[in-house]
Design a protein around this ligand. Structure first.
Ligand code: GUN
Length: 295
């Protein structure tokens, strides 16, 4: 059949232009420049490259960013101290602690320390609770980006069967919540599959919209997809490849070649969901700064 490609890069570029204009206007009219504080602990190369991409995107959108990169052996108390400083810094409207953190640091203690008013990742219990009960909040960036892509592509979520593969706090759980919300881009019937699901293909084949965030390459192949389905691949995996200059290639959680034979619409990796995640981070940072400017 040959699926249509849902290009996240183009949509992200369009949205980032709008965000940059609003950011400039906020500076011109209120003297407030949106600011993002980024904390990275350790030397994981993938995390470091995400953080660099986030900072570049901030600069391109006319935003201020402050970058604290700490060595692997940094104590939890030191990380909490940096979070506290950013909570009190009026130049910073959004705080992002890149996950995962090293084993000896409690992710939940660090996330809980972020002021919910600056939680532009939407990871604090306060924001997650608000999202679930439908109160205004910062929506988590990757799930929000997925919904924006579906909306932009004109995909009807209402009444559709959305199947989510993966139950992480960052993607699987929140994207399932957003798809079932009584709101635009929601009203779907949602099934969540995970590592304990038996006969995964029996579920994925029922999906009108299939969201794959399993964290494992090629979890979903073409034979697991209903003909005409919309497939969103949230996975980013570095697979060793000696023919590439970096020694690896990026691949999603979906086997793109076989999947695009069954799907009607599919996101590529790279260039699909990834650029939208950063875009929604900028969106939330701008929103936080706009709120601060009103006070
Ligand atoms: N690690 C993987 N995805 C994310 C994300 O969206 N935000 C943060 N802070 N860490 C991540």
């Amino acid at each position: 059949m040959g699926a249509k490609i849902l290009n996240g890069k183009e949509l992200a570029a369009e949205l980032r232009r709008e965000i940059a204009e609003k950011s400039d206007a906020l500076m011109a009219e209120n003297g407030v420049q949106p600011g993002l504080g980024v904390i990275l602990v350790g030397a994981d190369p993938a995390s470091a490259s995400y953080v660099t991409a986030k900072e570049k995107a901030c600069a391109a959108a006319g935003m201020y960013s402050e970058d604290v990169r700490l060595p692997e052996e940094t104590s939890e108390a030191e990380v909490l101290e940096v979070v506290g400083r950013m909570n009190r810094n009026p130049k910073i409207h959004g705080i992002l602690v890149q996950l995962p953190l090293p084993q000896h640091i409690s992710e939940s203690r660090v996330i809980n320390a972020i002021d919910p008013a600056k939680d532009v990742d939407g990871f604090t219990p306060v924001n997650i609770g608000r999202m679930i009960i439908g109160e205004p909040c910062f929506l988590p960036c990757t799930p929000h980006g997925v919904i924006q892509m579906l909306l932009k592509a004109g995909v009807e979520t209402a009444g559709s069967h959305a199947v989510v593969v993966g139950r992480s706090n960052i993607v699987g759980k929140p994207v399932a919540q957003l798809l079932m919300r009584k709101a635009e881009g929601g009203n779907a019937t949602v099934t969540v599959c995970h590592t304990a699901t038996k006969k995964l293909a029996d579920f994925t084949r029922q999906a009108d919209i299939l969201i794959v965030a399993a964290g494992r390459p090629e979890t979903v192949t073409g034979d697991m997809i209903k003909p005409g389905a919309v497939v969103i691949d949230v996975g980013v995996n570095r697979v060793p490849d000696a023919t590439k200059t970096k020694g690896y290639r990026l691949t999603g959680d979906v086997d793109f070649e076989s999947a695009q034979e069954s799907a009607a619409l599919i996101t590529p990796v790279p260039g699909g969901v990834g650029p939208m995640t950063i875009t929604m981070l900028l969106h939330n940072t701008l929103e936080s700064a706009e709120r601060a400017a009103k006070h």
